[in-house]
Design a protein around this ligand. Sequence first.
Ligand code: ADP
Ligand code: ADP
Length: 233
Amino acid sequence: HTVVETKALEKHYQMGGQHLRALKDISIRIAQGDFVAVMGPSGSGKSTFMNMIGCLDAPSRGQILLQGEALTQLSAAALAKVRNKYIGFVFQQFNLLPRTSALDNVLLPLLYNNTPRDEARARAQACLQLVGLGDRLDHQPSQLSGGQQQRVAIARALVNDPALILADEPTGALDTETGLEVMQLLQQLHQQGKTIVLVTHESDIAAFASRQLLFKDGSLISDRSSIPHSASA
Ligand code: ADP
Ligand code: ADP
């Protein structure tokens, strides 16, 4: 089924009397199980697109449907609720809480929706095991490598079992080899049926995805599917 659909999506910014169309007439469907790489030069609208489908900001025109639910008419509070229910975020700089164990970082999203503490703990532990950090539950971010910190962040994004994982340059702060390891993990999650959209500047990273979108000056100029490159081959 369709996880995200946009219809004639537009985002405009007003900057000192200037009118900027940051996104122009974007109509796209992202299906369950898609692994999408969003590419394009700086300023082409990638972050704006991610902010729209991530329910972080409202469109100027057009529609977004997330799991069939129209987002356009929602208040900021309702949008935040939809965001917490359906979306897991992964950031370039990991955004983990310092001086907080990996386990507590991962179970944090569950405390917001009142999951009982024991269940939250068990789910956070299972997610850390899934990303290969079952033996690092009590480590704080400063005791982990960059790649391990990003794995914790990925576990945190998974813990609510979201319909969609959004990753903004998840390998941008990592060296090449560690970045490829993180991409192998995302590819593994894709093979397990997760729907993932990531932003990247690097075609080596985009090659892990099964679909590549190219933005230019706010327009979607290319949308192609590919056989994902297998790093394990
Ligand atoms: P990226 O590294 O993905 O290209 P940017 O540096 O373009 O991201 O933007 C980072 C954030 O700052 C984005 O979420 C965007 O909404 C915001 N931003 C970008 N350009 C401007 C601008 N001219 N004025 C205000 N905010 C901006
Ligand atoms: P990218 O992520 O591809 O670098 P962005 O989506 O950040 O591109 O930006 C697209 C365009 O919108 C750029 O011209 C940027 O300066 C502008 N922009 C982004 N966010 C804002 C904002 N909050 N206010 C004004 N202009 C913005």
